[in-house]
Design a protein around this ligand. Structure first.
Ligand code: K7E
Ligand code: CUA
Length: 672
């Protein structure tokens, strides 16, 4: 049991690992005792509450982070049915994401092609503090990036890398009109333009924590780093924007304010209180306008998907604007928060800020009004690395007493209640925000990390359901070898008592998730790409235009698909040493009729081409011979007939380049 726990805990998000040895021991005993009365935890009518009849739609879309799979998965609620897996920072052979020539630039970074990451948090765009269903953002925790997924196509359409950062964990949280997506670095490091070749134990002098404010264009969603804040070298863990009265502020939980650089599980748990850093981003904007920022040389990738050309373009950006919060010391304030805070959540009214100290025995709730008073009166308790520290009592609204063990994250319903996940005591605790009284608690199976209420971090929670994302599943599912299914648990929270109604497995390790009423998404769905709008440089507008073009050793195949053949389907005159680019245009203009393209020996993937789209597979023949290709997606009764051949000849052969369909030369053959 000991090994089981330690192995599983290795997969947890960073913060949870900051548990002192003594606490680990107590966790072991807690996590190893199986809750009793498993059967009685689920009532008889639970099935009817999650039953969505065949042919009927779910009420909510549930977007779940995929952790170290680098992707995001989409479920229906309340059924828990898997609808889609969206590759974000990952390769996906199903969709040729990261394999097709068009998608490769989306995974470019200053380190080169990085086809993997650790995706912890998803955040839906908001208008007036309410979820609007336009985009969903995701963070890359390893090679620091923020991505935007377009919810008309369920595709990743933009990825921006973050300079001066390492371990982009406190991300991608947004302001209430999606003015900014904010990203705080988990690891402090020497900034990119300073010498990083320094002794690690010079942390205190050389390491800094950067927070990025990424501006989001209101119409297009396009992201650009507006400015960064240079902050003390600590670990930024999580954050949330103020809303309503506290709009204009952002709140970040910080740990390792001890500034340890080794054995953090002990050395970063020394202080009784760490901090929540309150950031006045409107003030920061004023300083930017007043020219107080410094432009610093950096190098980072910005990758944008172009819907016209169906192609991603990666650009390298060379500078970033930085505000120093030590010099401009009315941007940031530190609020003491016990102890190693993880979640940092703001209630729907915008007045209350909840800090979840992983090692704390209570949950502190701060008041935005009191914080403002304290700042106005300079009610400070000294400073931390040049940042004023507000007195704990001056900002505190109150404490939730004896909530449970290991509070991590809090979400809210529309009725003034908060729900906090308790990792160590494996439960969700419901409490009232006004009187801070615990109202209810339910077990989770087991060790819940994030939890989620639809709209639960916005000004307008939809309530009704709560989903717990568990770190350990142990005996909940049929065993599948050493690694067991990752899991979500759905609770009905419409009554006074929370009620467990469904378990459903998820992909990768789920951290945060969000959910949105289905109609906010369904009304905007794109069904096909219009052929007349196709601006791909290798677009083939009808079979007549299909052709093969040789440019030195590069051969471009302008190919089309329609039920149930390729044009051309016979190609000869390819030689060893050639690089062949299949640019496949799907001529269909019907919803849900993709075609596939696969060729023997391809070292990348197949293509799956949506109606009206052009996609490219690069293929380098490795031997002389005959290479069949075929459609991978069952598209019609004659799908299995949808195939062709390519003849590959020796480098010095004189076989002419030809392409044909039905024995007729298909389009032109050009040799340039
Ligand atoms: Cu708590 Cu990385 Cu948001 Cu996991 S994090 S649980
Ligand atoms: Cu096209 Cu199967």
């Amino acid at each position: 049991m000991k090994n089981r726990f330690l192995n599983t805990s290795a997969a947890l998000c960073s913060g949870i690992l900051l548990v002192s040895v003594a606490i680990v021991l107590s966790v072991l005993s807690i996590s190893s005792c199986k809750p009793k009365n498993l059967g009685s935890a689920v009532s008889g009518d639970a099935a009817s509450k999650t039953y969505v009849a065949p042919g009927h739609y779910d009420e909510f879309y549930n977007f779940v982070s995929g952790g170290f799979s680098g992707q995001m998965s989409v479920y229906g609620l309340p059924s828990g049915r898997l609808l889609r897996v969206i590759p974000v920072f990952s390769l996906d052979p199903e969709k040729s994401w990261g394999y097709s020539e068009e998608t490769k630039p989306m995974l470019n970074t200053s380190h080169g092609f990085v086809p993997w990451d650790d995706l912890h948090h998803v955040e839906l765009s908001q208008t007036n503090g309410e979820v609007d269903g336009r985009w969903i953002f995701a963070n890359a925790n390893n090679t620091p990036r923020v991505a935007r997924v377009d919810l008309t196509t369920f595709r990743t359409v933009e990825v921006i890398e973050l300079p001066n950062s390492a371990g982009n964990h406190s991300s991608p949280f947004i302001t209430e009109n999606t003015e900014y997506v904010v990203a705080g670095t988990r690891f402090s490091v020497p900034p990119d333009n300073e010498n990083g070749d320094v002794p690690i134990n010079t942390y205190k002098e050389n390491f800094k924590g950067y927070i990025s404010f990424i501006a989001v264009d209101k119409e297009t969603g396009h992201m650009s780093i507006a400015f960064q804040l240079r902050c003390p070298g600590v670990n930024f863990d999580l954050s949330h924007a103020g809303k309503g009265p506290s709009n204009g502020w952002f709140f970040f939980s910080c740990y390792n304010t001890e500034q340890a650089n080794t054995l953090l599980e002990v050395n970063a748990s020394q202080r009784d209180k760490d901090f929540i850093m309150a950031v006045n981003w409107k003030k920061a904007e004023e300083y930017v306008k007043a020219g107080k920022g410094k432009t610093i040389p950096v190098s980072y990738a910005h990758n944008v998907w172009n819907e016209k050309t169906h192609t991603g373009v990666s650009e390298t950006i060379k500078e970033v604007l930085v505000l120093d919060t030590k010099e401009l010391n009315d941007i940031c304030y530190m609020i003491p928060c016990p102890k190693s805070p993880h979640g940092c959540d703001v209630d729907p009214t915008g007045e209350y800020i909840v800090g979840s100290g992983k090692l704390a025995a209570l949950i502190p709730v701060f008041s935005f009004t009191k914080l403002q008073d304290a700042i106005a009166k300079k009610d400070f308790d000294g400073e931390y690395q040049g940042i004023n520290v507000v007195k704990y009592e001056s900002a505190l609204y109150g404490e939730v007493q004896k909530p449970g063990l290991g509070p991590l994250h809090t979400e809210f319903d529309a009725n003034g209640n908060a729900y906090t996940s308790m990792f160590v005591s494996s439960e969700v605790v419901k409490w009232n925000i006004k009187d801070l009284k615990v109202l209810d608690r339910v077990p989770t199976y087991y060790s819940v990390g994030h939890l989620m209420v639809p709209g639960g971090d916005s000004r307008k929670p939809f309530g009704k359901y709560l989903v717990a994302y568990d770190k350990i599943t142990k005996d909940r599912y049929l065993p599948t070898g050493p690694e067991l299914a990752q899991a979500a648990q759905l609770y009905d929270i419409s009554g006074d008592k929370m009620e467990l109604i469904l378990d459903y497995p998820t992909i990768g390790e789920p951290h945060y998730a969000q959910a949105v009423p289905a109609d906010l998404i369904t009304k905007n769905q794109l069904k096909i790409f219009k052929l007349e709008d196709n601006g791909h440089p290798y677009f083939t507008n009808g079979e007549k235009e299909s052709k093969v073009v040789r440019e030195g050793n590069k051969v471009h195949v302008y190919m089309t698909t329609i039920r149930s053949h390729f044009a051309p389907d016979n190609i000869e005159g390819i030689k060893m040493g050639d690089e062949v680019y299949f640019h496949v245009t799907n001529l269909e203009q019907d919803w849900d009729v993709p075609h596939g393209f696969a060729i023997k020996g391809a070292v990348n993937a197949e293509l799956l081409i949506m109606p009206g789209e052009t996609t490219t597979l690069k293929w380098t023949p490795d031997r002389v011979g005959m290479f069949p290709f075929y459609c991978t997606d069952f598209c019609s009764a004659l799908h299995q007939e949808m195939q062709g051949y390519i003849r590959v000849s020796p480098a010095n052969s004189n076989v002419a380049l030809t392409s044909s369909l039905g024995g007729q030369t298909s389009g032109k053959t050009e040799v340039n």
